[in-house]
Design a protein around this ligand. Structure first.
Ligand code: SF4
Length: 456
């Protein structure tokens, strides 16, 4: 049977592809690109219909981070000319969040730079969560504050947080090349703490940092094993003044193949199109909506996104619809299994099936944990409960929501040669996509931390 037919069948059963199949998706040619998008799109529509969840970032504290995540404009030693400010007051954050909610966002991601919160920071963010929820009825709140100490996830949950984001960002084997001030294991520990506290876990990756196809597959399977409810896929925004400023490795076609691979590995999880979409997908962004069921509205942590109105027009023009606050995001089996997404995911009277013509719940999907492929991947990985994007990570801001990865001064991956396997099997990289597009990277100068209206 054709590879794509196999992957669709597995995706509809929530069965993971093998590593070889995931690698094969990344190695498909440009000639096959639309077939890949169509196949992964079938899986996306099966579980999420044509709904697009909108998320909105509020950078509570910007810059001045002591960590050394090489992709991050807020890192130690960053020369990027970003906004730098300390903690927003709760009411300032609530007002910023309200702009995103007015634009259609159902989740607000409260992000702060730094290695992790002090207990005093948790108190402060707890007051902010209350203010955000007080001003924006029914909104989901995800916190992204870095590495968590024991008990902090529980305190955030008790304050009303629905989710916590902390991205893995890249494979375990290459993690030390992008960050030296904390480890991959630290990150896994925080995602597990969020899970353990009953928060919906959100954890994702950053593509385009010079990693190989094997690295990408490794991190996506690792994410599946952690079983987040949402997986933000960031595409590196190579900020001037950071060690990865020269890493322009992605083409729009490559970005779509990566998203398709993530969808096949995590079929029933909220796959979020995160930082860098405007820079790397460019005019192909609408095709990505066939793969991801969630995007960030408006700006990122330290860079500007396209106008919020353009996001909404893109969604409508592509034939998708913005997901309402009364519609659960996750399929019923995930909501019932994890309960994490206390927020939206589960117990809405309408039930997830009520919004998906294809009836995601009606297919007799195997229980979480079943591994028909027998390839060792933990099926429950994507099957059940959710993560959030770390301050650094989730949003990826490019680093943005994503999460800070700290690294000792990893060398800017030499020369920015495309990672192995990053070129289409056909061998041709479109000329227009091959060069740096620094003209598309704009430092955020509006919204939170400024006197200018936010983009939402
Ligand atoms: S990603 Fe987060 S922890 Fe890393 S440097 Fe940036 S703000 Fe700091």
């Amino acid at each position: 049977m054709d590879l794509l037919d196999v992957l669709v069948e597995k995706g509809l059963r929530r069965e993971p592809p093998t590593r070889a199949e995931a690698l094969a998706v990344l190695a498909t040619s440009d000639d096959d690109l639309l077939d890949v998008v169509a196949a992964a799109g079938r899986v996306r529509r099966h579980w999420f219909g044509r709904r697009v969840k909108l998320n909105y970032l509020v950078n509570l504290k910007s810059g001045l981070c002591p960590e050394d995540c090489s992709y991050c404009s807020q890192r130690l030693g960053s020369k990027a000319d970003i906004l730098k400010y300390t903690w927003l007051k709760p009411e300032e954050a609530a007002e910023a969040a309200a702009a995103g909610v007015a634009g259609g966002a159902k989740r607000v991601c409260l992000v702060a730079s730094g290695r992790g919160p002090t207990d005093r920071d948790v108190d402060r963010v707890s007051r902010t969560i209350e203010a955000v929820k007080g001003l924006n009825e029914g909104v989901e709140v995800c916190a992204c504050l870095g590495l968590l100490a024991d008990g902090q996830a529980e305190r955030l949950r008790d304050a009303g947080a629905d989710a916590y984001n902390h991205n893995l960002n890249t494979s375990e084997s290459t993690y030390g090349e992008i960050t030296t001030t904390h480890t991959y294991a630290d990150r896994v520990d925080t995602v597990e703490k969020a899970h353990g506290a009953g928060l919906s876990a959100c954890s994702g990756l950053i593509a385009g940092m010079g990693e190989s196809d094997e690295d990408l597959v490794d991190v996506v399977f690792a994410l599946r094993a952690l079983d987040p409810d949402s997986v933000p896929v960031n595409f590196l925004i190579p900020f001037e003044g950071t060690p990865l400023a020269e890493e322009w490795n992605l083409t729009p076609q490559r970005a779509l193949r990566i998203l398709a691979m993530v969808r096949f590995v995590c079929p029933d999880v909220e796959v979020r199109l995160a930082g860098g979409r405007e820079v790397h997908l460019r005019t192909l962004q609408p095709l990505a909506l066939h793969l991801a069921n969630s995007i960030f509205l408006g700006d990122y942590l330290t860079s500007e996104g396209q106008a919020g109105r353009a996001d909404l027009e893109m969604i409508a023009d592509a034939g998708f619809e913005v997901e309402g606050t009364d519609t659960p995001t996750l399929p019923r089996h995930r909501a019932e299994a994890g309960g994490a997404c206390g927020s939206a995911c589960g117990d809405d009277a309408q039930g997830p099936c009520g919004h998906d013509a294809q009836g995601p719940c009606a297919d007799g999907a195997p229980d979480r944990g079943h591994d028909p492929a027998g390839d060792g991947a933990r099926l429950e990985g994507c099957g059940g409960h959710a993560p959030a994007a770390g301050p650094c990570g989730s949003a990826g801001e490019p680093a943005a929501t994503g999460e800070p990865v700290a690294a000792g001064e990893p060398e800017p991956s030499a020369g920015s040669e495309p990672a192995a396997g990053s070129e289409p099997a056909g061998g041709s990289v479109p000329a227009a996509a091959a060069g740096p597009r620094t003209d598309l990277v704009t430092v955020r100068r509006r919204g939170a931390g400024t006197d200018l209206a936010p983009n939402a």
